[in-house]
Ligand binder design. Sequence first.
Ligand code: NAD
Ligand code: UDP
Ligand code: UDP
Length: 336
Amino acid sequence: TTTTKPPPLPSPLRFSKFFQSNMRILVTGGAGFIGSHLVDRLMENEKNEVIVADNFFTGSKDNLRKWIGHPRFELIRHDVTEQLLIEVDQIYHLACPASPIFYKYNPVKTIKTNVIGTLNMLGLAKRVGARILLTSTSEVYGDPLVHPQPESYWGNVNPIGVRSCYDEGKRVAETLMFDYHRQHGIEIRIARIFNTYGPRMNIDDGRVVSNFIAQALRGEPLTVQVPGTQTRSFCYVSDMVDGLIRLMEGENTGPINLGNPGEFTMLELAETVKELINPAVEIKTVENTPDDPRQRKPDITKAKELLRWEPKVKLRDGLPLMEEDFRLRLGVPKKN
Ligand code: NAD
Ligand code: UDP
Ligand code: UDP
């Protein structure tokens, strides 16, 4: 007689994967700008259960209002610098203030969030065998001496400046990701995100697109920081979310640049916002902050080849979508 052996018992922590049931996904920083759009997209898939962990420093419950109470959704008030014990299959690790005025507000906390926060999420990934994606930043290239920036460029970063808590913090976070990958076999993904804009950005968070749109709607002068010839490349948030999900689901660890290669000077951006939103508004030049990168544009060859991804939304098409959201929140109706 032959006895058929039962299949081995799955680790309880990998239960959901074993039964091919729901994928349980943690999004840290999910109450923020990019995180909440990512949650919207993940929730569209009925096989996904989404858990958001956020301390609401720059994010808000309002961004997740439509999911609160949904059976596949859970919101935890949690600071990633503290230990988190939950069971998940994937971790999108976004928690970190992204706007200079917020990350400079408490720089020591920003460092802790980047270093201890990422260490904790890697410890969690190791314990439960989850795949983890870090949202790093184009700031790891500092004030770049290579243009456009490919992933192979090591950057030109001031280690002791006022931006260092953010850019050096993200550089250590990337190092931790690769050390956990090499030392413990953790499945990692690293996205280097370039300037992203869209609905739900904090109105007064000091970033250039949100500043200009809010100023144009309030009829205030657009504040171009000197010299005005510095450049940035702006990616609409739906394109960014698409890139993050492709990176997570694909086979490449990265780092991979995600951004829109369309490059504009800040003066050009101001002119465009003025033309599209309020032609009556004035453009004035104001002081800049230290260590402001003079130029920035992603080389997205890797994303195109490895993820089959490139942005679809042009700046001129994305700005009006953001304008609509800002009008609602500022209570400025459209004249026509
Ligand atoms: P955001 O400030 O809107 O979102 C960050 C979220 O993280 C907020 O909800 C905030 O409350 C939360 N958070 C901050 N510190 C935390 C902590 N210690 N514990 C738990 N939650 C915490 O910013 P965003 O624009 O949505 O950026 C999301 C991620 O993308 C960040 O990691 C940022 O560095 C990265 N990124 C963004 C851009 C961009 O242009 N928006 C560019 C490069 C990289
Ligand atoms: N950690 C966590 N959740 C977990 C497992 C670990 O937050 O489910 C944290 C833990 O507090 C630790 C960090 O992740 O500070 C790194 O964990 P790891 O096991 O890699 O290192 P160790 O605990 O041995 O220092
Ligand atoms: N900037 C500007 N006016 C503003 C805010 C920012 O001209 O009201 C400039 C700033 O000097 C920088 C660029 O816009 O050169 C992008 O700044 P932001 O803070 O949006 O992003 P980051 O510097 O992180 O790329």
